[in-house]
Write a protein that binds this ligand. Structure first.
Ligand SMILES: Nc1ncnc2c1ncn2[C@@H]1O[C@H](COP(=O)(O)OP(=O)(O)OP(=O)(O)O)[C@@H](O)[C@H]1O
Ligand SMILES: [Mg+2]
Length: 496
C-alpha cells in the first residue's frame, strides 16, 4: 500500500520506433503536490499512464516506499492506492453520473449490489467537488466541464492515497477550478500525494510544492515554485529563449467594411437570448464570458446543428437558415467544437487523413484523389504549427492530447472556409503552440478570413482578437474593442 513515496526510477518508454520517455526519474511524496510540466508531446501523460498501471515501462522501474513494484493493470495500481483522473474524458455516456462515479465499485450487501447505498456514496463524493451536478443525469447529457468533474470525482472515490490529475482544469470554470484546488489542498493536508499536470502555469505556481519539467521525453529540470517565474517555466519547457510576441502590432488587422455574418436577436429557449453582433471580413471577433454563458449553444445554432427559437442570421448578406452543418459548410461557415474526442476526430485514421478528410475535394483530379498531395498539404501544417507526429501516416489516436487538437484545427484552416467559428481552440495546448496558432489566425485574417473566437480566457482574447462580445447567463452584456483592454475591464463589462 502506498504510504509515503512513489519513485519512478530510470523509466524509458517506446512505442515502436517512437521514444516517448527517456530515462526519467522522479518521486511523488505524501503531503506534496508535484507538478509535471512540458510542451505538448513531452511525455507527461505517458509517464502518468505508467504510474497508474495503464502502460508498461520499456525499461526502468517503479518503487513504492522503496520496494519495487509492477502493475499489470490499473486495477492493481488502485489496489495499492493509486488513481488517475485522465486527460481525455472516458465516461460511459449512457450510465448516470452516480453510476459513472462508482463504476466497478458498487456497494453490496450480502453479495447483492445495493444501488441506494451506491448512489448515496456517489452523492457524498460529488458534493466535495460540485454539489450542483445531478447524480441521476446521464453522463452523456451534461456539459464537458461537468463531465470532467465527474471523472475527477471517480478518481477520488477510489480512496486513493496518490492521485494523478492530468489536465484537470482544461474545461473547468474558475469557480469549479477553485473547488478542485480546495479539494487538493485538503487532500495534501491529510497526507495524500498528488501528481499534477497543467498548461495553466499560474495555477501550477499557486498550487504546487515542486515542479518537474519534461522535454522530448527527458527530465530536464526541477523548479521551485516559490522562486521560479512563468518565463523560466516556459523556457525550461521549450529549451530556448522564447520571445514574447505582440501579435496585435506585429500582424495588424485589415478589416474591411463588408459584414460577413450578421446575427440579430438570436434566441434559443433556456440557453441564450437576444444575441446580436456583426462580424466583418478579416476580423477576429471573440466571444468571451464564463463557461456556461451560452456561447457554445449559440455557436452550434449558427452552424445549423440545432434550431433557433427566434432572431435572424445573415451570411454574406443573405438570410441563412441552415438546418444542418452541411448547409453551413457549403455557405463557407465552419464550426470547430470544444470537445474534439466526441465531435472531432476519426480515431481509426491517420493524421493526414484527419486533416484532409472534409477537404478531399481540393485534391481530386482526373486520376482520383491525389493522396501524395493530401499528405504533402498535411505535412505543411505538421511543420508550421507544429504538430508533434512521427509522420503524416501516424494514427491520430497515438498523438498526445494537445497535438490531436492542433490536427483538428489544421483541418479547418485547410478548408478554405470564409467564416471560422472556434470554440476554446487552444484548450490543452501549450503556451508556445498557442502563440503559433494565434499568429496563424491573425495571418489568415489579414488574408480575408473572418473568425469567431470563443474563449474563457480573457488574456487570450486580448492577445488575439480585435473586438469581443461579452456574454453572461445567455445574454450579451457588451461588445467592446480589445485594444487597450485589460482582463479586469472586460470582466467588469461581462458582469454588468
Ligand atoms: N500509443 C502510442 N503510439 C505511438 N506514439 C505514442 C503513443 N502514445 C503516445 N505516443 C507519443 O508519445 C509522445 C508523448 O505523448 P504524451 O501523450 O505523453 O504527451 P503529453 O506530454 O501528455 O502531451 P499533451 O500536453 O499534448 O497532453 C508523443 O510524441 C506521442 O505521439
Ligand atoms: Mg497529455
Amino acid at each position: 500500500m502506498f504510504t509515503s513515496t512513489l519513485e519512478v526510477r530510470n523509466v524509458s518508454k517506446s512505442f515502436g520506433a517512437a521514444v516517448a520517455l527517456r530515462d526519467v526519474s522522479l518521486q511523488a511524496r505524501a503531503g506534496e503536490v508535484h507538478a509535471v510540466i512540458g510542451e505538448n508531446g513531452a511525455g507527461k501523460s505517458t509517464l502518468m499512464n505508467i504510474i497508474c498501471g495503464n502502460l508498461n515501462v520499456t525499461s526502468g522501474e517503479l518503487l513504492i516506499d522503496g520496494k519495487s513494484i509492477h502493475f499489470s493493470s490499473p486495477m492493481e495500481a488502485q489496489h495499492v492506492g493509486i488513481s488517475i483522473a485522465p486527460q481525455e474524458i472516458l465516461l460511459a455516456p449512457d450510465l448516470t453520473v452516480a453510476e459513472n462515479v462508482m463504476l466497478g465499485r458498487q456497494l453490496a450487501t450480502k453479495g447483492v449490489v445495493d444501488w441506494k447505498a451506491t448512489r448515496a456514496e456517489a452523492v457524498r463524493r460529488l458534493a466535495a467537488l460540485d454539489p450542483d451536478i445531478d447524480p441521476d443525469a446521464r453522463a452523456g447529457s451534461i456539459t464537458v466541464a461537468q463531465q470532467q468533474l465527474v471523472q475527477i470525482t471517480r478518481a477520488t472515490a477510489t480512496g486513493a492515497r496518490l492521485l494523478i490529475f492530468d489536465e484537470p482544469t482544461a474545461a473547468l470554470t474558475h469557480k469549479e477550478a477553485e473547488r478542485l484546488f480546495d479539494f487538493i489542498k485538503r487532500f495534501r493536508l491529510d497526507g495524500g500525494a498528488i501528481l499534477y499536470i497543467s498548461h495553466r502555469l499560474d495555477e501550477i505556481l499557486d498550487l504546487s510544492d515542486r515542479i518537474s519539467v519534461l522535454r522530448d521525453g527527458r527530465y530536464v529540470a526541477e523548479l521551485d515554485p516559490k522562486s521560479t517565474t512563468r518565463d523560466e517555466m516556459i523556457q525550461a519547457m521549450a529549451g530556448r529563449e522564447v520571445a514574447d510576441l505582440d501579435l496585435r502590432h506585429q500582424i495588424p488587422a485589415r478589416i474591411s467594411d463588408e459584414v460577413v455574418l450578421r446575427v440579430q436577436g438570436l434566441s434559443r429557449e433556456g440557453e441564450f437570448e437576444g444575441v446580436s453582433f456583426d462580424l466583418r471580413k478579416g476580423e477576429i471577433l471573440a466571444i468571451g464570458g464564463l463557461i456556461g454563458s451560452g456561447r457554445t449553444e449559440m455557436a452550434r445554432c449558427l452552424f445549423g446543428d440545432r434550431p433557433r427559437n427566434g432572431g435572424s442570421v445573415e451570411v454574406f448578406g443573405k438570410p441563412a437558415n441552415f438546418t444542418c452543418p452541411a448547409d453551413a459548410i457549403r455557405a463557407g461557415l465552419v464550426y470547430l467544437p470544444e470537445e474534439r474526442k466526441h465531435d472531432g476526430i476519426f480515431p481509426q485514421l491517420s493524421v493526414a487523413e484527419n486533416i484532409a478528410m472534409p477537404n478531399l475535394k481540393q485534391f481530386i483530379d482526373w486520376t482520383g484523389i491525389g493522396w501524395l498531395k493530401v499528405v504533402g498539404a498535411a505535412e505543411e501544417y505538421i511543420r508550421s504549427i507544429p504538430i508533434k507526429a512521427n509522420s503524416p501516416y501516424q494514427l491520430i489516436s497515438n498523438l498526445s492530447g494537445g497535438n490531436q487538437q492542433k490536427a483538428i484545427l489544421s483541418r479547418w484552416l485547410m478548408s478554405h472556409c470564409r467564416i471560422l467559428i472556434l470554440d476554446e481552440p487552444t484548450r490543452g495546448i501549450d503556451v508556445n503552440a498557442k502563440r503559433e496558432i494565434q499568429k496563424l489566425l491573425r495571418e489568415l485574417a489579414q488574408q480575408g478570413l473572418s473568425v469567431v473566437y470563443i474563449s474563457s480566457e480573457l488574456q487570450e482574447i486580448i492577445d488575439v482578437s480585435d473586438r469581443v462580445v461579452l456574454m453572461h447567463e445567455g445574454k450579451v452584456r457588451g461588445v467592446v474593442p480589445t485594444e487597450g483592454a485589460t482582463q479586469e475591464s472586460l470582466l467588469a463589462v461581462a458582469m454588468s
